[in-house]
Write a protein that binds this ligand. Sequence first.
Ligand code: ZN
Length: 141
Amino acid sequence: MYVPEIEIKNVAKLFTVMLLSDSEQTGYTIMKALEGRLGRRASPGQIYPFLKQLKQYRYVECRRRGAREKQIYRLTPEGRRFVGRLSDRLDGLFEIAIRPKLTACAHCGCEIYKGGYKEKVGSKYVTFCCENCAKSYGTNK
Ligand SMILES: [Zn+2]
């Protein structure tokens, strides 16, 4: 039977699976971490149904601990593969998002994400990754 992949449509869900890939969590520790990281309170209505969904997919397993029977969630091997697929996809997206901003150093060809070192060569400015590359550029011609 084909089971569609869980869709990760918001940062809270993404963050939840990333937290789970670090260590086991309770709904409460996830909400606390979200609050700390995103600066806003996550509602239980966002987190618990998602945890339940992960459990239905067998991406997490759940055990109870302590007097208050807190549920502790942990990724299963299948869940780890899911997180792996997810981060592969995100790497791709990230690549696409930053690609247009990349410039290559005119000397060594390394990719410059931001800034770089510009020097006037002839009549126009050429971008280098660093001052040393700019110096070498002229000399090995
Ligand atoms: Zn360079």
